[in-house]
Design a protein around this ligand. Structure first.
Ligand code: ZN
Length: 169
């Protein structure tokens, strides 16, 4: 089922999520819904709070549904190691039309649980590392516009307020 994407400044996007403790059918349905909603919105990553669920899980698919092998589910993820630096543009389904360059680690190692509750580790670099860090930020209640300079953030927030006033948000 496609769920609607929660937009800034909804408070659910700005508070830390709760750990997932039940690995059941309900969780599988939630993950299916997250993939479906992400594909419908043409995104490459989606965190549970973005569909209004305050749980620590995220889905990523850089291939945007082209390659089933690239479907990634991270439940209760943590960053174990990060190294290097990359600086590139990011966007977010909860902040449509806002794009800003954000500094991120170039490589990361994350650990997470799968749908059966089993822990695994995964290495990522470049765009995948960026996607993981952006999504894990969501799970901590952090949006990418908090990671740019105050000036750029103010300009982005002003643009959002203008769109809100015009009923375009
Ligand atoms: Zn986002």
């Amino acid at each position: 089922m496609i769920r609607s994407i929660v937009k800034y400044p909804d408070p659910i996007l700005q508070r830390p999520t709760e750990l997932v403790t039940e690995f059941n059918e309900e969780l599988r349905t939630l993950v299916d819904d997250m993939f479906e909603s992400m594909y419908a919105a043409k995104g490459i990553g989606l965190a549970a709070p973005q569909i209004g669920v305050g749980k620590r899980l995220t889905v990523v698919d850089l291939s945007n549904q082209e390659n089933p092998d690239e479907k990634i589910v991270l439940i209760n993820p943590e960053v174990l190691e990060s190294e290097g630096r990359q600086y590139d543009e990011e966007g977010c389904l909860s902040l449509p039309e806002i794009r800003e360059k954000v500094v991120r680690a170039a490589k990361v190692k994350v650990k997470a649980q799968n749908l059966d509750g089993e822990w695994f580790e995964m290495d990522a670099e470049e765009l995948l590392a960026r996607a993981f860090l952006h999504e894990i930020d969501h799970l901590d209640g952090v949006l990418f516009i908090y990671r740019v300079s105050g000036l750029k953030r103010d300009l982005a927030l002003r643009k959002i307020r203008k769109m809100q006033r015009n009923g375009e948000w």
